[in-house]
Ligand binder design. Structure first.
Ligand code: DGL
Length: 292
C-alpha cells in the first residue's frame, strides 16, 4: 500500500485528493469519521444540507434535486474528485441523478450496508431501520435480496429530529427506539422471520448506537454502512497512486485532517454538535446558499 508519510503531498508529489461527503444533516459525520480514519491524508469537504433537512420525508423528485445541487457544490466549488453520499435516503432515491449531475465517481451507502449485513448475518434474516423515503424505495430489501438475504424494513421518522436536537443519550430517545424495535421484532416474528442482524439504514442512527444496542434482543448484530462505505472508498483510492494510508490497529486518525465543513443553515449548531459527533473539532463551518 502506498504510504505518503506525514506530508500532505505523497511520495510522487501528487496532491491529495479532495473527497466530497454529503448528507442532509449531521448524520453523515458518522461516515466522515470512518473515512478520516481510513484516508487520513485526503482532503475532505463535508456539506450538511441542514436548511432542507429532513430528506427522509420528501419525494424522490425533491430529494434528487437537493442531492444533485449538493453534489454539484462539492464538485464544482470545492473541487471534489470523488463523492461519498453519506445519506441513505439520497443513496436510495437519487444515486442515478447525482451520477448524472457530476463528472466524478460517486459512492452511495446502500450497497456497502447490504454487503455488511450479508457478512454479519448467519440466519439470512435481516431487519432494517431507515427513513420513510428509504423504506418506501425498498432499496435495502432489493440489495439484500440480491445477496440471498430476507429483509424487513421499518421507517423510524422520529429518530432524525432527535439526533439533530442532540438528544443522542436522552431517555425520550431511548423510549422511542424501544417502541420502534418492539414493533419491528413483532412484525418479524409474525412473518416467521428469525432476524439476527439490524441494519442502521440511516447515517443519523449510528449516533444512537449505544441506545439501539441496549434495545435489541441479545445476540443481534447491529451494523451501519459508514464503516463499509469507508472501506469501499479506501479500495477506490488504493486502485491508483493513492495518498492515503489505513491506520494500524488501535491507532486513531492523525490530529489534524484537512477538513472544511459547509452547512446550508444553522452553522453555530453545526459547530457545536458537529465536533461532538465527529469526535474532533469541525472548525469554522461555512454557510452556503444552494437556493430553495
Ligand atoms: N441521514 C439521512 C439518511 O441516511 C437522512 C436524514 C434525513 O431524513 O434527512 O437517510
Amino acid at each position: 500500500m502506498n504510504n505518503p508519510g506525514n506530508n500532505p503531498e505523497n511520495k510522487t508529489g501528487a496532491t491529495p485528493p479532495t473527497i466530497g461527503v454529503f448528507d442532509s444533516g449531521f448524520g453523515g459525520l458518522t461516515v466522515l469519521r470512518a473515512l478520516i480514519q481510513r484516508l487520513p491524508r485526503a482532503r475532505f469537504a463535508f456539506l450538511g444540507d441542514t436548511a432542507r433537512l429532513p430528506y427522509g420525508s420528501k419525494s424522490r423528485r425533491t430529494i434528487a434535486r437537493y442531492a444533485a445541487e449538493s453534489a454539484q457544490f462539492l464538485v464544482n466549488e470545492q473541487d471534489a474528485e470523488f463523492l461519498v453520499i453519506a445519506c441513505n435516503t439520497a443513496s436510495a432515491l437519487a444515486l442515478d441523478a447525482i451520477q448524472d449531475a457530476v463528472p466524478v465517481p460517486v459512492l452511495g451507502v446502500i450497497e456497502p450496508g447490504a454487503e455488511a449485513a450479508w457478512a454479519a448475518s448467519r440466519a439470512g434474516d435481516v431487519l432494517v431501520i431507515a427513513t420513510d423515503a428509504t423504506v418506501q424505495s425498498h432499496a435495502y430489501a432489493a440489495a439484500c435480496r440480491a445477496r440471498g438475504l430476507r429483509a424487513l424494513e421499518k421507517a423510524c421518522p422520529l429518530l432524525v429530529p432527535l439526533v439533530e436536537e442532540g438528544w443522542t443519550a436522552h431517555a425520550v430517545t431511548a423510549e422511542v427506539i424501544r417502541i420502534y424495535l418492539e414493533e419491528l421484532n413483532a412484525e418479524a416474528a409474525a412473518q416467521g422471520m428469525k432476524p439476527d442482524t439490524l441494519v442502521l439504514g440511516c447515517t443519523h442512527y449510528p449516533l444512537l448506537r449505544p441506545l439501539i444496542e441496549r434495545a435489541v434482543p441479545a445476540g443481534m448484530r447491529v451494523i451501519d454502512s459508514a464503516e463499509a462505505a469507508a472501506e469501499a472508498a479506501l479500495r477506490h483510492f488504493n486502485g491508483r497512486a493513492a495518498p492515503a494510508a489505513a491506520p494500524s490497529a488501535g491507532q486513531d486518525a492523525p490530529p489534524e485532517p484537512q477538513l472544511r465543513c459547509f452547512a446550508t443553515d444553522s452553522v453555530e449548531k453545526f459547530e457545536r454538535l458537529g465536533s461532538r459527533f465527529l469526535n474532533r473539532p469541525v472548525g469554522k463551518v461555512e454557510l452556503v446558499d444552494l437556493g430553495g
